[in-house]
Design a protein around this ligand. Sequence first.
Ligand code: NDP
Length: 478
Amino acid sequence: MSAQIGVTGLAVMGANLARNLARNGYTVALHNRSVEKTDALLEKHGDEGDFIRTESLQELVDSLEKPRRVLIMVKAGAPVDSVIEQLEPLLEPGDIVIDAGNSHYEDTRRRESALAEKNLHFVGVGVSGGEEGALLGPSIMPGGSRESYDSLGPMLEKISAKYNGEPCCTWVGTDGAGHFVKMVHNGIEYADMQVIGEAYDVLRTAAGIEPAEQAKIFNDWNNGTLSSFLIEITAEVLAHTDARTGKPFVDVVVDSAGQKGTGRWTVVSALELGSPTSGIAESVFARGLSSQRDQRELAQGILEGHEGSVELPEGFVEDVRLALYASKLVSYAQGIDMLTAAATEYGWDLKLDEIASLWRAGCIIRAELLDDIMKAYAADEKPANLLLAPAFAEAIAGAVPAWRRVVATAVQLGIPVPVFSSSLAYYDGLRRKRLPAALTQGLRDLFGAHTYNRVDAEGTFHTLWGEDRSEVEAVDTH
Ligand code: NDP
């Protein structure tokens, strides 16, 4: 018996993907650096499907049908390079090496190009859904060559999550495109969680609504346009009471948010691409600030808030829901804008409707909204920005008055709402006829002769600030 796919790296994610493949009828060869994990998997779950036990990469490679498919699921970073280095001499042209871990897309681009020189396919695959998703059906974002997808795609589609029967897996683009799309997914996930946190804070601090009561509100919200996995589990967490103290669980958890780095990667990449991804950036910074516990503790004794008092407008809970919805839309719009910028930069033919469709099930940001986003980008006329798609333009415009009330209330009461407010600033920045960037250009021209364009004439100009302030046409040095 030969295996259709081999999995090396059998910690929780690799083991669950291997089981998912076997449960779907594939024969899976198993390998782990230390054989204990392989044996533990076989002992516990060996009866779930057809597995082949191997102890070395040579044995793993020998057990595979050709062209071989080897899925690497080891710790991201140097271990992936180490495994590739060991595998490469054992493989033949046309074989496919898959990295389904959380690798940085630039690493994937480098690895793909190096293996392509050896006529090997390297496929960076973004996988979202955590441990449970890996076992029961994750959202899968494969990159690599189109040719490799022809061989690999049917397997990945079979083990992926399904939305109304449609697989949440499709080829997204060459080389690192899959890992890039997964990275942006994670960035959006950061923003999604932050806006939920801001809504919770405003409801609790401004409106005095306790966590258990908020759980009901979030449950209600989960039945409308906000319907999503993260809103659903927010209700679950807020409803939870700590067994030790009888307090709301959320009150006994230290308020420092951890991060593994994919949000930071998204922001660094957004800066490099020049894409204004303020919501995701503010979410990463908010986690950073929450973690500066020493400074925060000192500040509590030193910095005055001078909070005002505010009479809450009628329907404030609904206002908060709309502020959350609008800010969430902005985060998606910004994430998608980043995808558009990356497509140009890296020559990827990213299909935004297909990418939105992959996120409809299996992954952490799965939400009803994604079906509408998919439809917006499937239309003949693609919106230049998600917020300009007719349905979303109308929805967000409808939310604006409530959104402004919530941000104003939070500011008055000293409640930090970095994503609610920066998203509103993005919205206003996008729609305003004139921005103060004109003044920025004037300043740049004065101190650095950086030139400017005029609203009423073609060309590039410079004012002779140190002389008679006459204007000269600047020579284009580009
Ligand atoms: P870990 O990231 O904890 O990595 C452990 C595995 O890597 C073990 O199998 C270990 O082997 C192997 N390993 C580590 N170093 C080496 C090396 N130098 N050579 C060979 N093997 C090595 O495993 P996870 O299952 O948690 O995650 C795997 C990947 O999936 C990571 O990239 C992670 O970021 C990603 N991930 C994705 C999630 C998602 O939702 N998509 C969730 C969690 C993780 P040994 O047993 O011998 O030590």
